[in-house]
Design a protein around this ligand. Structure first.
Ligand code: SIN
Ligand code: MN
Length: 266
């Protein structure tokens, strides 16, 4: 799958591109079921909120077949190869739960701030991808983006170790206010299967979820192979150090897996 010149221009100017319903209901259903099964497990890759609810499950593409197929899917890999003009490897893979009633906030931040400071990534040439597993609504803690905020480089940030269970390099209120005055706030919402790509320097965050509707989103970071991380400090399951270029699977691989999965369950 290739992006149009208009889509590429939108990404470069605004810092993000939303492709609604890129994955089918059948493809998403199997990933949603598997995500729930993963959250029920106890393993070091699964981090919990202070309340005990699941917050994020790292590296599921390494031990789960549905997510292995997603991580190499041509509908995602090909457009990102096009934008970054390189082969790609998986820098990070996580399934964020934003659980019903208890899903906690993600403070305002830029991801490249963390990749540079904690992982030694040379440039912001890695793409963030969000794949919606549940419907993302204005009310259940959607991702909020500050359009055009990717153009100002890496901003000063503070390492916040207190607010949530997840350490994050966060931006101060004055910086966020200034950027929002310039670019506003965008909240792509929609059905399961939507795919959002956004620049590593795009400022983003999300509020807590007090609704009965969970908001599971898979976040993947695809890094250009030539931009591999130089000084990793985080666990391998958080910031991967296998820089082998991703070979895509056939376009129908996830759908075929969903069919055999359903047949086995019947
Ligand atoms: C993130 O920025 O890494 C996650 C944000 C979210 O899940 O809302
Ligand atoms: Mn982020």
């Amino acid at each position: 799958m290739k992006l149009t010149p208009q889509q590429i221009a939108h990404f470069r100017t605004e810092g993000y591109l939303f492709l609604p319903e890129l994955f089918t209901a059948e493809e998403v259903a199997v990933m949603r079921t598997e995500a729930e099964a993963i959250y029920a497990q106890h393993r070091p890759e699964i981090w919990r909120e202070k309340s005990g609810a699941p917050r994020t499950a790292f590296a599921a593409h390494k031990y789960n077949e549905a997510f292995r197929l997603l991580a190499a899917h041509p509908r995602m890999i090909e457009p990102v190869e096009q934008l970054l003009e390189d082969r790609l490897y998986m820098h990070q893979f996580k399934i964020n739960a934003k659980s019903a009633f208890t899903g906690d906030v993600w403070q305002w931040h830029q991801d490249y701030g963390t990749w540079a400071r904690d992982d030694g990534m040379p440039e912001a040439r890695a793409m963030n991808i969000a794949v919606f597993l549940d419907e993302v609504m204005p009310i259940n803690g959607p991702l909020m983006l500050v359009p055009r905020s990717h153009t100002g480089g890496t901003l000063d940030a503070r390492h916040d170790l207190e607010t949530t269970s997840y350490p994050l390099w966060t931006l101060d209120e004055a910086t966020v206010t200034r950027l929002v005055e310039q670019g506003g706030i965008a909240t792509p919402t929609g059905k399961p299967g939507g795919l959002l790509m956004f620049h590593g320097n795009l400022v983003h965050g999300s509020a807590g979820n007090i609704t009965p509707y969970p908001r599971k989103i898979v976040y993947l970071t695809l890094n250009a192979v030539s931009n591999y991380i130089r000084t990793p400090t985080r666990a391998e399951f958080i910031a991967h150090t296998d820089f082998t270029p991703i070979e895509t699977v056939p376009d129908d691989a996830l759908a075929q897996f969903a069919r055999s999965y359903r047949a086995a369950a019947e």
